[in-house]
Design a protein around this ligand. Sequence first.
Ligand code: GRF
Length: 203
Amino acid sequence: MNVVVLISGGGTNLQALIDGQLDKTLPITIQSVISNKADAYGLERAKLAGINTDVLDHKAFDSREAFDQAMIKIIDQYKPELVVLAGFMRILTPEFTRHYLGRMINIHPSLLPKYQGLHTHKRAIEAGDKEHGCSVHFVTEELDGGPVAMQAVVPIEKNDTPETLATRVLTQEHIIFPESVKLFAEKRLTMGENSSVLDGTAL
Ligand code: GRF
């Protein structure tokens, strides 16, 4: 399955996908890793694995719409069956999300619908939550609001800081993100009307 991965940063989730491609546990070919930041370390990870990269600096565009249209042009060259947002830190326009509806997923570091947006670990600790985690979801117009495909739960320990909690959550991200991509590649996971659908059953 042809995949394009969008990143903005370090790319540990990207690495989990690259590892799956290389050891053949994931039936994917990452056609390109695209970053809106030229210094994103994830680009190095792609290059080390011999994967093509593209950089499209959002600051070079007058509007979000213009940036997203340019992104679509680049992404569609690769004819991806799935677009994977792996730490891509840009808000997407409705035109962009509609274009890839049902074939774009994101990893978010919270148990959605809790803590959409930023600073999720800090917010979970400050709220006194006992549990936190991460979610893979299909991307819709609503920020971090699309149908959830998979979640992993981690405990919040007494002395956790946002950093220690983030590390614990990230370990789980690296498990459920490739697993979701695999299920999608096997056509077992799809986006339904109001929820994700796994093996024919609405989640
Ligand atoms: C992860 O926490 C992910 O959930 C969020 O951005 C972070 C990306 O980390 N969307 P990395 O670049 O994959 O290491």
